[in-house]
Design a protein around this ligand. Structure first.
Ligand SMILES: [Zn+2]
Length: 419
């Protein structure tokens, strides 16, 4: 698809991954690469390669946005992101190397990751900087600590939302909605067609389920993503006077968050909540499930990590519950647990007698939030919208074309657009 409009300099946008899917996000705008992620399936999937960007800007640390950047170090690019994104991406990159060794596919090695750290310039929100003929500004996206929307302002301008959340959570303030005027909007679509439940009602329902399980003498296993969700859930439990055990990578991630308190909504409340938890290491895991307890643990989709240990101990206990706290990608253990009531752990099929419940503590804006973002940009003069990062990008683009008075398009991986 080629859209030619007006004279002057052309802008070239190539969609390299993350179109009509969630995972391996990557968009090249002229010489500037926005994100270069990895889809953590088995085997992992990567964006289109063979590119030579002069600059890379990373919206946030989740590996579907940052997970393949270290593969591009031979291109010697300038790299920009916030400080928490840099530290978290490095931490998650080390984990990727460990997993990759066992899968036999190495997208990068330790030396690439070190180079990534050396090359990265950390930028705060709302401070303009220049790279590859663009003035760039990062806006707080409210999704995880350090997450950004990226604004490129040259002869034409592009606003890329990355993953965005437009309502407050306990951990973070909602996205900065002082959006700039832009010609092109590239927007995520994760929750198009779905609205989130009221957050405080959801918290109450969740906490009630936890208390009921403990009262019946069961164990509550709460699988959580390490970056953001673990900390949010611990803050909720603390607010209701509940003390969980915490096990897995969420603990290391907390240390990184605490280095950058200005990127949190209230670092004192986060610290207070974690002062009240019991940290677990592998030697003490058996004790945790020897009596009624709550354990907040990785991985969020039950595809590895200590969560599988706890599940292995409690899967056939009808008094215990597994409370999933986010979206479960198809074919993961989490999705099998909800839809078919089994999981696969270390070569064994575990048929679940423990109850499985799912709670939507999403860190993405929902259907009404997405529509509002687009309307606000169009009000400020945006003429072209591209919908990416979701299963319903086509439907979202159609809704925009029908309702907003601008052109909208859901690209596929490999599409190149020239203005
Ligand atoms: Zn994300």
């Amino acid at each position: 698809m080629i859209i030619r409009k007006g004279g002057g300099k052309r802008i070239n946008i190539e969609f390299l991954g993350g179109c009509k899917e969630v995972g391996r996000s990557a968009v090249l705008v002229d010489d500037v690469l926005l994100d270069y992620g990895m889809k953590p399936s088995n085997p992992p999937q990567f964006p289109i390669n063979g590119i030579r960007p002069k600059s890379i800007i990373v919206s946030h640390a989740h590996i579907d946005h940052s997970g393949t950047v270290a593969n591009l170090m031979d291109v010697n690019p300038e790299i920009y992101m916030t400080s928490p994104t840099r530290d978290l991406a490095y931490f998650l990159g080390k984990d990727t190397i460990k997993i990759s060794r066992s899968q036999g596919i190495m997208p990068f090695e330790d030396r690439d990751l070190r180079r990534f750290m050396e090359k990265t310039t950390a930028m705060p929100y709302n401070k303009e900087f220049y790279t590859s003929e663009y003035a760039v500004k990062l806006f707080d996206a409210g999704h995880i600590p350090g997450s950004s929307c990226i604004y490129l302002n040259g002869e034409k301008s592009v606003f890329y939302t990355g993953d965005i959340n437009t309502r407050d959570t306990r951990l973070l303030k909602k996205a900065d909605h002082n959006y700039p005027k832009t010609d092109v909007l590239i927007i995520e679509s994760t929750y198009f067609g779905k609205n989130h439940p009221d957050r405080s009602e959801l918290e109450k329902k969740f906490v009630e389920s936890v208390s009921e399980t403990l009262d019946c003498g069961g164990n509550v296993i709460i699988p959580c993503f390490a970056v953001g969700r673990t900390q949010e859930i611990v803050m909720i439990l603390h607010a209701y006077g509940l003390t969980p055990y915490v096990d897995g990578m969420g603990v290391d991630v907390l240390d990184i968050f605490m280095r950058y308190p200005s990127f949190l909504r209230d670092e004192k409340k986060l610290e207070e909540a974690f002062n009240n938890v019991i940290f677990v290491n592998s030697r003490r895991r058996a004790e945790v499930v020897s009596e009624p307890s709550i354990v907040v643990t990785t991985a969020g989709m039950l595809n590895g990590g200590p969560a599988l240990y706890y599940l292995g101990k409690k899967y056939d206990d009808p008094k215990s519950r597994v409370l999933l706290t986010g979206y479960q990608v198809e074919d993961t253990n989490g999705s099998k647990a909800i839809n078919y009531r089994y999981v696969e752990a270390r070569g064994r099929i575990l048929n679940l007698k423990a109850k499985v419940e799912q709670y939507d503590f999403s860190a993405h804006t929902d259907d009404s939030g997405l529509k509002k973002i687009v309307s606000e940009f169009v009000k400020r003069g945006t003429e072209h919208v591209f919908t990416i990062h979701g299963e319903k990008t086509k439907e979202f683009a159609k809704w925009i074309s029908d309702n907003c008075g601008c052109t909208a398009y859901a690209p596929v991986n490999g599409d190149e657009i020239i203005f």
